[in-house]
Write a protein that binds this ligand. Structure first.
Ligand code: FAD
Ligand code: MG
Length: 377
């Protein structure tokens, strides 16, 4: 089955088919588009009462965002516009880099009075604290001082001195983040502390976008926030969405596995997206709060599947921080959650619930966690 999608941006138009076996838009094309600015792909009415597709691609949350939705009449277009608005709202509330955001305000008042924040911000900070407990402090939303110090992903990334790391580390402890739900406030106990919701807020933004789509009657959609995927329903033809998992050693967009999913988030955390290299060593952006250095757990990428993207996002970072064994142990304790871990010795460890579901390319050593047999794919 194919769908006609009418693409419009910057006064230039072209038409292409988004088909069962074709990717909607190539990554190279996307990058070129983003350089031009955010643009809209407007859906056109499918014939014979078929839903029409609306696709919009833009830049938010420091990453490339794509929302593709299918609905009847004008609804798809309106829904996609609303989904983007929700994502932009989350960025405005929760970006540590936006001076007017709730998070910037909380950080400025660290050690002082509580800050009143929006309900959404309160919710995400509360969920982040829960993941702090669940990971015994490995996931730490108060990681801000270390994130700022390393600057990974910015043009001022550097290898800090041991003294700088020790000073920043002493300010990182999620248990010093006070959430007062009845007052609607957040407070950081010590001056110099800083929240950073980079490991969880993208997932929340995807959930909010999906909610906006569903409220507009969309029953089939694909949301991609820089590789954080959330699918709504199935594909328009009723078959499951097929989400690829990035091969950590190959160029962006090259996948080593595919999971067929409906109503599911698929989120990866890895060493391959944001890093710098110095003295032959790679320093990536997921920091171990105990050492103050990028976490070295033997994992190259951790992908988590969960109903809500806020959980999949927080858990992919958590599994990465816990390492293959403790990470998988945690995943198998959680209902409705699955994971795929790639280790630095090219092993793929998969939670047992994905057996018979996940499709792996050839050339990998695959093990289902808790099961004895090792398979060569
Ligand atoms: P994940 O594994 O999901 O998260 C890694 C990120 O979590 C790190 O980059 C760090 O921010 C944080 N982190 C590191 N260690 C820990 C830990 N131990 N516990 C908890 N969290 C940890 N990027 C830009 O370049 N420019 C922007 O303006 C920008 N704005 C953003 C605004 C928002 C609201 C959000 C959510 C993200 C924004 N980003 C921006 C992207 C952000 O900086 C991260 O790079 C991104 O969220 C990492 O996502 P990920 O899925 O690659 O990795
Ligand atoms: Mg995450």
């Amino acid at each position: 089955m194919t769908w006609n999608v009418h693409i419009r941006y910057e006064g230039y138009e072209r038409r292409r088919e988004v088909g069962r076996h074709s990717r909607a838009l190539s990554r190279t094309a996307l990058c070129a588009f983003v350089l031009l600015a955010a643009f809209t792909v407007a859906g056109c009415q499918g014939s014979g009462g078929r839903p029409s597709a609306s696709v919009r691609i833009g830049f938010a949350l420091g990453t490339l965002v794509q929302v593709r939705a299918y609905a009847h009449g004008e609804q798809a277009d309106k829904a996609v516009r609303e989904a983007f608005a929700r994502i932009e709202e989350v960025e405005a509330l929760m970006s540590a880099n936006v001076p007017s955001s709730d998070i910037a305000a909380v950080n400025r008042k660290a050690g002082g009075l509580p800050t009143r924040v929006a309900g959404d911000t309160l919710y995400v900070v509360k969920r982040a604290r829960e993941y702090g407990d669940l990971s015994h402090g490995r996931f730490d939303a108060a990681i801000g001082p270390l994130v700022r110090l390393w600057g990974i992903g910015t043009d001022h990334a550097k290898l800090p001195s041991p003294e700088e790391i020790a000073a920043a580390r002493s300010l990182v402890d999620y248990r010093d983040v006070e959430v007062d739900e009845s007052a609607g406030t957040v407070r950081l106990r010590k001056a110099g502390m800083a929240l950073d919701l980079g490991a969880i807020a993208k997932g929340f933004a995807a959930d909010r976008a999906a909610e906006a789509l569903v409220n507009r009657g969309v029953r089939s959609a694909f949301i991609d926030l820089g590789g954080n995927i959330l699918v709504v329903g199935s594909r328009p033809d009723g078959s499951p969405w097929r989400v690829g998992i990035q091969d950590p050693w190959k160029e962006r967009g090259a996948t080593f596995a595919v999971v067929p999913v409906r109503n599911m988030a698929v989120v990866s955390s890895g060493t391959y997206e944001r890093f710098f290299e110095q003295g032959g060593k790679r320093y990536h952006h997921i920091i171990d709060p105990d050492t103050g250095y990028p976490a070295e757990t033997g994992i190259v990428s951790a992908t988590v599947l969960a109903r809500h993207a806020v959980d999949a996002d927080a858990l992919s970072t958590t599994v990465f921080l816990l390492g293959p064994s403790d990470g998988m142990k945690l995943i198998t304790r959680l209902a409705g959650v699955e994971a795929v871990v790639v280790t630095d010795d090219r092993q793929v460890i998969i939670s047992p619930g994905l057996r018979g579901v996940i499709e792996i390319s050839t050339g990998w050593t695959v093990r289902f966690y808790g099961l004895e047999d090792v398979q060569e794919s």
